[in-house]
Design a binder for this molecule. Structure first.
Ligand code: F6P
Length: 502
């Protein structure tokens, strides 16, 4: 457990590093601040921390009990304290847990995989050509990212689409291009109580003329049945898997339908490799710990309040959206497990976009803005296309941006100078495959968890999203009925404005 003195000591380290000016960009640093795990190579050489600060961070990780916390996670201890639950997403892909809870979770996960395979086979034997996966948040972002990122690995049997937003134009545009007789729907909702998913699901059911080709993935079998989906077409979810950590469960059914059973298994195997690494590697050689500590350093040492995710691969263009939920829903907390205020600032605002496109939109602010924005750059060494020169240009830009941000460039003309010292991490994948994607996403999951442990917060609840849902429920009748008085005076004035212009 960390106390205020730990955070003060970290700030002291940061003050020392800042006062020393820019860090050297030499070959020794390049190798001392890098590590490889399977298909992932990570360079932290452009982070603004020296060996002494790095060692202080490792000491902090040990003081927070990080190695034990990883063990607690995989063994199914109740790490989600506000809901009294474990967070056993590792059991969806790994055999690491030895406790009864972890083994039971693993058995349930394997049983669900068997049911996914059977339903997959039945769909393959049918006339269905298109799959619409309906879900939102964690029931959408992971599968959507994986289906998009792994487009080079699609089996070709099904076209997979996603319907998320309650904005009716999303359904209208999607369904316009599909044949209801050859479309199957998957309603993905752990609670089966999410307004957007239920409304879009009902719209899909009406469009299809019934629920005959509807499937569900849910922890609430009763509600799915009440919706018209029989138990044999409901794949399970459990309260011990958080939505944003659920890609590896039947929530990933759409991914399996897109890329096939073997490649879905490879995705899980990549994550399992990272699970074992996170659990067994000492902090000094642990990629998830390094990544987490770089985040802690930037947030709590250097006091930086935002961070960017910049994949230099078009196939990873949805990664920033996925990570926004994973990071900001998990770490967007101000109180610790016991309800007391956090001792240090928590989640940075995360945004991002694919390079090189992002270079031509918001990179100006990264280079010369008054805010320093630490960034994760991602690159893929071997492309999956034949346009080698394009790939060289892409990689040249990737490396150039990291160097420009880190090293800077002095100029006598104040408009044209680059300050340098703008921190980044480079994550290089040998290639983008189901295996490497699984490893990458699991690395982020474990980094998020590690940060939550250092801050003493719960990475697995999201109470902050409830109030808005409740108020929306109260306001809904007021949109169509002037007599309903809902909302505070400002909201009521806005309702009047909307009603007057309908
Ligand atoms: O509103 C936030 C949230 O609860 C997310 O945490 C979750 O991933 C999403 O809604 C969808 O929830 P469900 O899977 O229950 O429909």
């Amino acid at each position: 457990m960390l106390d205020p003195s730990h955070w003060q000591a970290l700030q002291g380290e940061a003050g020392r590093v800042r006062a020393a000016g820019l860090l050297p960009a030499d070959a020794a640093r390049a190798s001392e601040f890098a590590l490889r795990v399977g298909p992932l190579y990570a360079s932290f050489a452009r982070q603004r921390l020296d060996a002494r600060a790095r060692d202080a961070l490792f000491a902090l990780a040990r003081a927070a009990g990080l190695p034990q916390a990883f063990r607690a996670l995989v063994e199914g201890e109740q790490v989600n304290t506000s809901e009294g639950r474990p967070a056993l997403h590792t059991a969806l892909r790994s055999d690491l847990g030895q406790s009864a809870a972890a083994r039971e979770a693993r058995a349930l996960a394997l049983e669900a995989r068997g049911r996914m395979d059977a339903l997959h086979a039945a769909l393959e034997a049918s006339d269905v050509t298109d799959i619409v996966s309906v879900g939102i948040g964690g029931s959408d972002l992971g599968p959507r990212l994986a289906v998009d990122a792994l487009r080079d690995f699609h089996a070709g049997r099904f076209r997979v689409h996603f319907l998320t937003n309650i904005d009716g134009s999303a359904a209208q545009h999607l369904l316009r291009g599909l044949d209801p007789a050859r479309t199957a729907g998957i309603l993905v909702s752990k609670s089966f109580g999410t307004q957007e998913t239920l409304l879009n699901g009902a719209l899909l059911r009406d469009w299809m003329g019934g629920a005959d080709r509807l499937f569900a993935v849910s922890a609430n079998l009763g509600r799915a049945q009440a919706f018209g989906i029989p138990p044999e077409r409901v794949l399970p979810m459990w309260d011990w898997v958080g939505g944003r950590y659920s890609l590896w469960s039947a929530v990933g059914f759409a991914v399996q339908l897109a890329i096939g059973r073997e490649r879905f298994a490879q995705l899980l195997a990549g994550a399992a490799m990272l699970d074992e690494h996170a659990l067994t590697a000492p902090p000094e050689r642990n990629l998830a710990v390094w990544h987490a500590l770089a985040g802690i350093w930037n947030r709590n040492g250097l006091g930086l309040s935002s961070s960017a995710v910049l994949p230099y691969d078009q196939r990873l263009s949805l990664l920033p959206s996925f990570l926004q939920q994973l990071v900001m829903e998990s770490l967007g907390k101000s109180v610790r497990h016991d309800g007391s205020p956090v001792l240090a600032a928590t989640v940075p605002v995360l945004f991002g976009g694919a390079g090189t496109n992002a270079q031509h939109s918001f990179f100006q602010a990264l280079h010369q803005g008054t805010e320093t924005v630490p960034a994760d750059f991602l690159g893929v060494v071997r492309p999956a296309h034949e346009h080698g020169h394009h790939h060289d240009v892409l990689l040249a830009n990737l490396l150039a941006q990291i160097e420009a941000l880190g090293t800077g460039w002095p100029s006598e003309d104040a408009q044209k100078g680059y300050p340098g010292g703008r921190p980044s991490t480079l994550l290089l994948l040998d290639e983008l495959s189901p295996h490497s994607l699984g490893a990458l996403l699991a690395m982020y999951e474990h980094s998020v968890y590690a940060q939550s442990v250092l801050w003493g917060i719960n990475a697995f609840d999201q109470w902050g999203v409830e109030l808005g849902k409740r108020i929306a429920g109260e306001l809904l009748p007021a949109l169509s009925d002037d007599a309903v008085a809902a909302g505070d005076p400002v909201t009521r004035a806005l309702l009047d404005e909307i009603r007057a212009r309908r």
